[in-house]
Design a protein around this ligand. Sequence first.
Ligand code: SF4
Length: 168
Amino acid sequence: MQIRLASEMTYDSIVDGEGIRTVIWTQGCIHNCPGCHNPSTHSFNEGFLKDVNDVCDEIAAVEFHDGITLSGGDPFCQVNACLEIAKFCQNKGLSVWCYTGYKIEDLLKRCLNEKKIKEFLENIDVLVDSPFIMELKSYNVPFRGSSNQRLINSKNSVKLNKVVLYKD
Ligand code: SF4
């Protein structure tokens, strides 16, 4: 299986979730949020393809980190590949954060018919959800760009089928 990436992974990030994280930059996003800080990641034709096994090998070779962050782009535009990476990390005891322009409420509805979405959410520790809204841009919301975005406890949200926040 292959994944379309925007760039090689970033190591030792402290701004894409708690702790020291390895960031995977997926390519492709449908949301087109005005003011997006990463517009070059929107196209589904740009970036490059990489085998998911190679991504996992690179993650396994990282000597010290707390986990990975799937960013982009929107990882939910490549659910199958991102699910494999998330499962690999969870099996290794690494935490998984994931950014998405979707709202968790909409993803939970899709869980009914799309098993991979459900499985992906079950393998994410913290989901940073919702589109970036320029008018709500804030530097006071850790790990987010605008104040409408939320840090969600993804596993408990699936389990209880309702929004469970990780932190305000
Ligand atoms: S969801 Fe993220 S990557 Fe996609 S347009 Fe919005 S801010 Fe940009």
